[in-house]
Design a protein around this ligand. Structure first.
Ligand SMILES: *Cc1c(COP(=O)(O)O)cnc(C)c1O
Length: 404
């Protein structure tokens, strides 16, 4: 944890815990570096579902080309916070209400998931137009990945054969403009694996369009850039990815490429800070019971990993009895829930962990609080804090409005 953040965490009182602390300067620096590593012809959207915290969205707005939203709720939320930012609405099972709201809001792109959805859209257009990408599920081998959205039977996108039905419909519907394809196939790919997939996908997409005389102006290859929770300092290699994209794009001179990462953008800026309530030994194994748990930070339960953490010692011990502690031994860090699944990190070696020490879980900025089952057991919610050193601009800055 960087010193300025540690200082900030040190000023949290016991009543503030558990606390989510977001490091906005670190986030700005990170997203700036991502943008700088990407070629000009690549547009960067942030997938809001990874973390839609208002101040995070505002901090990102100056560095991204827009936001990908995946529900009517996210659409209203993001539009309200960063009104000038271009939006793309994706996701399966869009309701007629959501589609109508997207048209009213004038979203820049609609990512169409099925022919049925496209037909639904035509009934809602009125005198408006819509710019769409058709989401395809290609028969490619995505390899061993954390999550596979494509390359196998899946509810996401369409088989290539079903794209043709959409093309026919679009040919007879001038209000719908086909801009290209959307292919978010996998999550958890390294830069090299992503590049290989992008290369394969673009070659396929251009061949597909050529065979049908379809205009392919852009391809959105989604997100899924790897975040390695076992190595918090080993971030996705954006410079290698950017350089590789430049090489690939040189072979597709007319194409605009779009990416929409979520996790790899915000995972690192978030910390879940709490304290040790109890430490005990059960049949020779040490357990530390923490205030809070996976109802606040579900990531380790959802992904079945050990959430990386740092111990922040607190030397004050006001009780007249011996302070429970674990020393130079593996400890399992659990929360307050009455279920054996409430594990944040399992059998991790610690030098020293005592009741009253604070524990700061790293990499809690994406798919953390917002995917957790907050209501379970009715414990109080965490408090939220933002370390900041800049007045955010609320508009989508440098790269805005290219998505037109
Ligand atoms: C979730 C999602 C993303 C973001 O994925 P990350 O793994 O967070 O980068 C991007 N596009 C679509 C369509 C998604 O569903």
């Amino acid at each position: 944890m960087r010193p300025v953040l540690l200082d900030h965490v040190g000023r949290l009182t016991g009543d503030d815990l558990p606390a989510y602390v977001y490091d906005l300067p670190a986030l700005r620096e990170h997203v700036h570096a991502i943008r700088a590593a990407l070629p000009e012809r690549v547009e960067l959207l942030y997938a809001a579902k990874a973390n839609s915290d208002p101040r995070i969205l505002r901090a990102l707005a100056a560095h991204v080309d827009g936001f990908e939203v995946a529900s009517g709720g996210e659409l209203s939320h993001v539009r309200g916070l960063v009104p000038d930012a271009p939006l793309a609405l994706g996701g399966p099972g869009k309701t007629p209400t959501e589609l109508a709201r997207a048209l009213e809001a004038g979203v820049e792109r609609l990512h169409v998931e099925s022919e049925h959805e496209l037909r639904l859209l035509t009934t809602l257009l009125g005198d408006r137009g819509a710019d769409v990408l058709l989401r395809a599920n290609l028969p490619v081998d995505v390899g061993r990945v954390a999550l596979a959205m494509g390359g196998q039977p899946s509810p996401f996108g369409m088989d290539p054969a079903h794209l043709d039905g959409c093309l026919e419909l679009i040919a007879s519907e001038p209000r719908i403009r086909l801009r290209g394809l959307h292919l978010h196939l996998a999550s958890g790919l390294t830069a090299q694996a992503q590049l290989a997939l992008v290369d394969e996908v673009l070659t396929w997409a251009e061949g597909w369009a050529r065979g049908r005389a379809a205009d392919l102006a852009e391809v959105n290859v989604g997100g899924g850039m790897d975040v390695d929770y076992t190595h918090p300092h080993k971030v996705f290699d954006w410079p290698v990815f950017g350089a590789g994209l430049a090489r690939i794009l040189a072979r597709h001179p007319r194409l605009t490429l779009r990416i929409e990462p979520g996790r790899s953008v915000t995972a690192y800026c978030g910390w879940y800070v709490t304290e040790v309530l109890d430490i005990k030994s059960s049949r020779g194994e040490a357990f530390a019971v923490l205030r809070g748990g996976t109802h606040h930070l579900r990531t380790p339960a959802a992904k079945q990993h050990d959430q990386p953490f740092e111990v922040i010692p607190d030397d004050v011990w006001p009780r007249p009895w011996d302070r429970p502690q674990a020393r130079d031994e593996p400890v399992t860090l659990v929360g307050q829930l009455c279920t054996p699944k409430d594990v944040l990190a399992r059998r991790v070696m610690v030098e020293r962990l005592r009741v009253g020490d604070r524990v700061a879980f790293a990499m809690a900025g994406a798919y953390a609080w917002n995917i957790s089952h907050h209501g379970f057991l009715m414990h109080p919610h965490p408090t939220f804090h933002h370390l900041d050193d800049a007045e955010e601009s609320v508009t989508c800055g440098t790269y805005a409005h290219r998505m037109s």
